[in-house]
Design a protein around this ligand. Structure first.
Ligand SMILES: Nc1ncnc2c1ncn2[C@@H]1O[C@H](COP(=O)(O)OP(=O)(O)OP(=O)(O)O)[C@@H](O)[C@H]1O
Length: 257
């Protein structure tokens, strides 16, 4: 099993190598490395404040590291702006918002698809396909403002996929989803990965993470704790010890389907 990975250089995939970031005295990340290969679902877990969102922000260009490197398919993109990263196929969802609130659910996906090129007709077709895939068709004429939480999360995923990404980074996409919806999201992520897309899944839903991911990275207090297959990570005592309270209890009791 790999321990506290520093992935080898020169690999394809979206990679962060020895990334560090501090915010006015708070060390959010220290020498963190991660690799998101195409065609795989990679999980990123860790207790609240472990640095997961900071890492996603740095991988997608919404934040800059103090040191370390981000690369996509071998190219250094550490200082490339988010819009340019999106154009080279790196998409993300957000924990909150970032929707066109005055537009309908359908328009939100369609506008995003259109902005990434192609005809209006193709954008409409892709948007309808994605709404169907994400079980959002019944919501398509609703305004994006005031959607139930779970619907808003799924709309975020649909918009990210509308960019036809090579990599999609999902920051807590299952928050607010019921078990059936989370299971459907799991199937969607697998379908997307099988099409050759590199998927990063961050979530506190441990059964979802452990049943969805090919590889899981665990962060603790801004550092790599361990990584490996779900079986390897599940069996490693450092998993539970990197969590506190009820999440550690859930892990210790083996609630990782
Ligand atoms: N813009 C910021 N300014 C100051 N501190 C920040 C900022 N962003 C993150 N931090 C701090 O960095 C640390 C890591 O935060 P981060 O949001 O990346 O963790 P997380 O693992 O995503 O947590 P959660 O699971 O609660 O979303 C925390 O201590 C947080 O308070």
């Amino acid at each position: 099993m790999q321990q506290t990975t520093t992935p080898p250089a020169g690999h394809d995939g979206l990679r962060g190598d020895t990334l560090s970031r501090s915010y006015s005295g708070v060390q959010a990340l220290t020498d963190v490395s991660i690799e998101i290969p195409k065609g795989r679902v990679t999980g990123l877990i860790g207790a609240n404040g472990a640095g997961k969102s900071t890492l996603v922000n740095i991988l997608t260009g919404y934040d800059l590291p103090d040191s370390g490197r981000v690369s996509a398919d071998g190219d250094d993109i550490t200082r490339v702006r988010p819009e340019r990263r999106a154009r080279r196929g790196i998409a993300r969802t957000f924990q909150h918002g970032h929707l066109f609130r005055r537009s309908t659910v359908l328009e939100n996906v369609e506008i995003t698809a259109l902005a990434c090129g192609g005809s209006r007709r193709a954008a409409r077709r892709l948007a309808l396909e994605l709404l169907d895939e994400l079980q959002l068709s019944e919501w398509m004429l609703h305004d994006a403002d005031g959607l139930p939480h779970g619907v808003e999360r799924r709309l975020g995923v649909a918009r990210a996929l509308a960019t036809r990404p090579s990599y999609v980074l999902m920051d807590e996409p299952a928050a607010g989803l019921n078990d059936g919806e989370a299971e459907h999201l799991r199937t969607t992520m697998r379908t997307v990965a099988d099409q050759g897309v590199g998927v990063l899944l961050i979530d506190h839903n441990m059964p979802l993470i452990f049943s969805s991911c090919d590889t899981i990275f665990v962060l603790g207090a801004g550092k790599n704790v361990l990584d490996g297959t779900p079986d390897e990570v599940r069996r490693d005592e450092r998993l539970a010890s990197s969590y506190l309270g009820s999440a550690a209890q859930q892990i210790a009791e083996g609630g990782l389907a």
